[in-house]
Structure formats: structure tokens, C-alpha cells
Unconditional design. Structure first.
Length: 210
């Protein structure tokens, strides 16, 4: 009974969420679109001609924003385990980039296997066990950072969802030396009670062999 009540409460909050209502009016696939819009307005990461990777892209809210802002001449490659409806200007790959086949498909979709920007709004399915959920969330952030070091052009950028808690400081400490600038932001469209924030890292500096 409690589980049903919780689901009804979530649905009521979702339906009444002003960002959800606004996304429906503006034709965006999710309220998350406004998070990326705000981050990009502030940091100017999405520009015409840029090549973008969107990890955990379904249902496509971030890909929508990116595809519009990198035109003319840009490209967005969206990857998710879940199916995603097609989007104009977006190459959609349903795969796991942790698997060799998924990674190969992603690299093949990028010019010379390189991108200018990696986006990750990935989050785990919530179990309700906070320590476990936090560990899995930070694991996804680590995977996004690892992929970014694989595909980013020098000077490229990374935007990744993080959650305050165990592993947060370690992730920031690992990422900071790889970029000229790293800021942690909480967009207005993020729910106030959520621990989610976004790391916006720009000016990728690939490690060089001594």
C-alpha cells in the first residue's frame, strides 16, 4: 500500500511540476532540457560545427538541445541502453558503451573517433538504499570521465551529473587536472531537494607521456 501511495505522490508531483509543464509546452522531451540550456547559456559549450556525445540520452531531452545548438555543421551521437525515438540531426545508438561492440559503434559514429563535448545525464535506477545508489551513481560518472579521456579533442569539454556524497570529492579531484577549468553547478531546473549537481569541465588537456 505504501509503495502505491509513493508512486501516486511521485506522479502528482511530476504532473504539477512547472518544468514538466513547460517542457510539454515548448516541445522538449523532458524537463532535463532546461538544465542543459541553462548550463550552456552560462558556459557556451554548444556551438555550430561541434561534435557531441550524449551518454544515457533517452528520452532525448539533452540531445534535442544539443542538436539545435550545434547547427549548422554539427553532429550529435546519442547512446543509451534504452530505446529512443529518432531525432533530426542525432545519430541514435542503442547499446552499452562499456561493451566492446557499443564502444566500437560509438567511435565509428564520430569523425576520426573524436568529439568536442561529452554530455552525461546518466543516473542509476534508484533502489532506495542510499549508499548503494550513491556508489552506482558515482560509478557512472567515472565511466563518463573515462570515455571523455578516450574521445575528447584537446580543448574539449565534459558535462556530467554528480551527486553529493561518497565519491564526489574523489571524482572532482581526479577530473580537475585533466581540464583547464572545472565548475560545479546546480541548474534551476534541478529539484531543490535533490543532491544532484553538474560538473562542467572545459579545456581538456590530454595526458602526455614523459
Amino acid at each position: 500500500m505504501a509503495k502505491k501511495h509513493g508512486k501516486r505522490a511521485w506522479m502528482a508531483r511530476h504532473v504539477n511540476d512547472p518544468w514538466v509543464q513547460r517542457s510539454q509546452q515548448d516541445g522538449y522531451r523532458s524537463r532535463a532540457s532546461y538544465k542543459l540550456l541553462e548550463l550552456d547559456d552560462r558556459h557556451r559549450l554548444l556551438r555550430p560545427g561541434k561534435v557531441v556525445v550524449d551518454l544515457g540520452a533517452a528520452p532525448g531531452g539533452w540531445s534535442q538541445v544539443a542538436a539545435a545548438r550545434v547547427q549548422p555543421g554539427g553532429r550529435v551521437v546519442a547512446l543509451d541502453l534504452l530505446a529512443m525515438e529518432p531525432l533530426a540531426g542525432v545519430t541514435v545508438i542503442q547499446a552499452d558503451f562499456e561493451d566492446d561492440a557499443g564502444l566500437e559503434a560509438l567511435l565509428a559514429a564520430l569523425p576520426d573517433g573524436r568529439a568536442d563535448l561529452v554530455l552525461s545525464d546518466m543516473a542509476p535506477n534508484i533502489s532506495g538504499i542510499r549508499a548503494s545508489d550513491q556508489a552506482r551513481a558515482m560509478g557512472l560518472a567515472e565511466l563518463a570521465l573515462e570515455l571523455a579521456t578516450r574521445v575528447l579533442q584537446p580543448g574539449g569539454a565534459l558535462v556530467v551529473k554528480l551527486f553529493h556524497g561518497a565519491g564526489f570529492d574523489a571524482w572532482v579531484a581526479a577530473a580537475r587536472p585533466l581540464f583547464a577549468d572545472l565548475r560545479v553547478r546546480k541548474p534551476e531546473a534541478s529539484r531543490a531537494e535533490s543532491r544532484e549537481v553538474y560538473a562542467v569541465a572545459d579545456g581538456y588537456r590530454p595526458a602526455t607521456d614523459d
